[in-house]
Design a protein around this ligand. Structure first.
Ligand SMILES: [Zn+2]
Length: 74
C-alpha cells in the first residue's frame, strides 16, 4: 500500500457552510442538510483545481444522500 510520501498530495476540503435542505431522508424520513464544500486537489504543493460542490446528508441517521438531487426532481 502506498503510504509515505503522499503527505503533500491529495485533496483538501473546506466546508463553506451548511443549510437545511427541503425534503426528507429516503431512509428514515429525517431532515436533510445541504453542506457546501470547496474541494481542492493539491499535487506536491501545487493547487491543481478547486471545485465547490454541495453535499447532502441526513441529520437524523447521518447517511450521505448521494442521489439526493434526483429526489428533488420529484
Ligand atoms: Zn436519515
Amino acid at each position: 500500500m502506498a503510504g509515505a510520501g503522499m503527505m503533500l498530495c491529495g485533496k483538501e476540503e473546506k466546508v463553506l457552510g451548511a443549510q437545511k435542505a427541503p425534503g426528507s431522508c429516503p431512509y428514515c424520513g429525517g431532515g436533510v442538510a445541504a453542506t457546501d464544500v470547496e474541494a481542492k486537489w493539491v499535487l506536491c504543493c501545487l493547487p491543481l483545481c478547486r471545485k465547490a460542490k454541495r453535499r447532502f446528508a441526513c441529520t437524523a441517521c447521518a447517511r450521505r444522500l448521494v442521489s439526493y438531487p434526483a429526489i428533488l426532481h420529484d
